[in-house]
Write a protein that binds this ligand. Structure first.
Ligand code: MC0
Length: 150
């Protein structure tokens, strides 16, 4: 069911400072930066590598306020690894499979994620203490497929 590790989400107090650190320390490039009001985050995606069905990224997350998932996480645990996200072909099917296996779904329906993805979270209490995200990447545009295939 899992295609790759799509990204690791890292909670931070100051997005710009953390971007500067990751750029300098690892030489990674920011490929997207957006505010997701529904999830209560300002986020940046830093490219690591390309894999089957899409890339893999470091996702830096700054909360838009204290009463958000990342705001509460920072208050309780401080900066650090917030979630692991796996690439899947079809997020709705993956949700059904996980629900059928008795894992609590945080989301009833897929939500909007970074870079046009469809995402759903699994409850950390049912995944060994790890907040887990399923990510379906948008289909590549025809010109991208053409470029990739030469
Ligand atoms: C909370 N808990 C975690 C955790 N967050 N455990 C591991 N990793 C995390 N990130 C634990 C708490 O320590 C607590 O355990 C229990 O779960 C309940 O947490 P809570 O702080 O009382 O908060 P709740 O229950 O209101 O919410 C927890 C829940 C929430 C996971 C349901 O954070 C949530 O809905 N997360 C999914 C959405 C999200 O995280 N969005 C931000 C990233 P104890 O033992 O103390 O009871 S958005 C994103 O990443 C997007 C846009 C993208 O990828 O593109």
């Amino acid at each position: 069911m899992l295609l790759r590790i799509d990204h690791v989400g890292i909670a931070c107090e100051n997005l710009e400072e953390k971007i500067a650190f990751y750029r300098a320390a690892f030489g990674v490039t920011v490929v997207s930066q957006e505010v997701n009001e529904e999830q209560g985050v300002k986020e940046a995606m830093l490219h690591v590598a390309d894999g089957e069905g899409g890339g893999s990224y470091i996702q830096l997350l700054e909360p838009t306020g204290p009463d958000t998932p990342v705001g509460k996480f920072l208050a309780k645990r401080g900066e650090g690894l917030h979630h692991v996200a796996y690439g899947v072909t079809d997020v709705t099917k993956a949700m059904a499979a996980m629900g059928g296996a008795g894992v609590r779904l945080v989301d009833e329906h897929p939500r909007h994620g970074a870079m046009g993805t469809s995402i759903a979270f699994l409850h950390p209490k049912d995944v060994g203490g790890v907040l887990t995200e399923l990510v379906e990447s948008p289909a590549p545009r025809p010109e991208q497929t053409k470029l990739k295939n030469g």
